[in-house]
Design a protein around this ligand. Structure first.
Ligand code: UDP
Length: 370
């Protein structure tokens, strides 16, 4: 008999299992995949760490999260500075003085601000009601057309006018010459890779792989006092209120007999014609180390999601949020099962937020007698 059965050995499940184990609770972790780590799982290919489910760059401003992770891994000093390729024109991301200079020839912040203010005023938008309006308000129409529209519509499979504004607020806009994609004080890649970090986190904890909790529910649900479910919440309830929408991804990975393909970890293809959104060249997450003769690249193709596919991004528009609320209400009826993680709570969470909420959940659980 376990105290907690944790369905999902991804970040949320692994963090929760670690904290609860450390305070003396007995945990069993199951995962439907043949490996731990969920979507942060990486593999060493030709001496290079390859992010199997899309690039993961750890960054946070949460001291507690940073300290917690550093128990399991050191981090290198990688700073994500992706490039946007719009029909062969290259721009720095996120939107900053380098971008404004390449696009408009602006030399001072004042000029760049003036340019954006002019485009914003011409649009007549006062209160952004969707992603397109939010983008134009933040960076003007030129940047929206070249660097946002195509990429976003490919990624989400719907017009920017039908997407929530908050998605684009994830990206910083700066009037300094600073290409760091993130604003957080802590950033880096686990020195020995993500998989080693998760393995260390799960050290001494019973993990069973290749077991889908939902397929083995009757066998497992009474083996623990409580269940932490980190899979998709609608799947747990057998889609009884209908399917939540997700976006999925397809990855095409190639090993090339050259040292350096694109000179950056990430190049975003922001036009609408190129079928993939970005190319990741994995070795650059570790400053090119690993193999001087070869490189591994991955093209990332956004895909619509249907039952049975891997869900990657929740589509947090009004319709889906409403549906999620119904599932959430349903989940409250049984306090023995707790939903966690990006899929269990239908949130577009970064890794640090997943960890923070798993730590919070563990903190609450520590206080209750089981
Ligand atoms: N985005 C964009 N152009 C880019 C990169 C991002 O318009 O070159 C927009 C797009 O709408 C995307 C959002 O910014 O969904 C958030 O991007 P982020 O890089 O945070 O996405 P993730 O890392 O989660 O895939």
């Amino acid at each position: 008999m376990y105290d907690y059965l944790i369905a999902g050995a991804g970040l949320a499940g692994s963090v929760f299992a670690r904290v609860m184990t450390d305070c003396g609770r007995k945990c069993l972790v199951l995962d439907r995949r043949g490996h731990v780590g969920g979507n942060i799982y990486s593999e060493i290919v030709e001496g290079i760490e390859v992010h199997k489910y899309g690039p993961h760059i750890f960054h946070t401003d949460n001291e507690e999260v940073w300290k917690f992770l550093n128990r399991f891994s050191s981090f290198n000093h990688f700073i994500y500075s992706p490039i946007a390729n719009y029909k062969g024109e290259l721009y720095n991301l996120p939107f900053n003085m380098n971008t404004f200079h390449s696009l408009w020839g602006c030399v001072t912040p004042e000029e760049a601000m003036g340019k954006i203010a002019g485009q914003k005023q011409a649009s007549g938008i006062i209160e952004p009601g969707n992603l397109e309006e939010q983008a134009v308000m933040l960076v003007g129409r030129d940047i929206y057309e070249k660097l946002i529209k195509g990429y976003t519509e490919k990624q989400w499979g719907r017009p920017c006018r039908e997407l929530p504004a908050y998605i684009i607020r994830r990206l910083p806009v700066r009037f300094t010459f600073d290409n760091n994609y993130f604003n957080h004080p802590y950033q880096g890649i686990p020195t020995e890779g993500y998989t080693k970090m998760i393995e260390k986190m799960l050290d001494g904890i019973e993990v069973r792989l290749d077991i889908d909790y939902l397929d083995h529910k009757s066998e497992y649900e009474n083996t623990a006092k409580k269940i932490i479910y980190t899979g998709a919440i609608d799947e747990y309830f057998d889609y009884c209120f209908g399917e939540l929408e997700y976006r999925s991804l397809r990855f095409e990975t190639e090993i090339l007999d050259i040292d350096n393909y694109q000179g950056a970890a990430g190049v975003n293809y922001t036009d609408k014609e190129t079928p993939y959104t970005r190319i990741i060249e994995h070795k650059h997450f570790h400053f090119g180390k690993g193999n001087a003769e070869k490189t591994v690249i991955t093209r990332e193709y956004p895909a619509s999601w249907k039952k049975g596919d891997e869900p990657y991004y929740p589509v947090n528009d009004k319709k889906n949020i409403k549906l999620y609320e119904r599932y959430k209400k349903e989940s409250m009826k049984n306090p023995r099962v707790i939903f966690a993680g990006r899929m269990g709570t239908y949130q577009y969470y970064d890794m640090d937020k997943v960890i923070a909420s798993a730590l919070e959940l563990a903190d609450t659980e520590k206080r209750v007698r089981i």
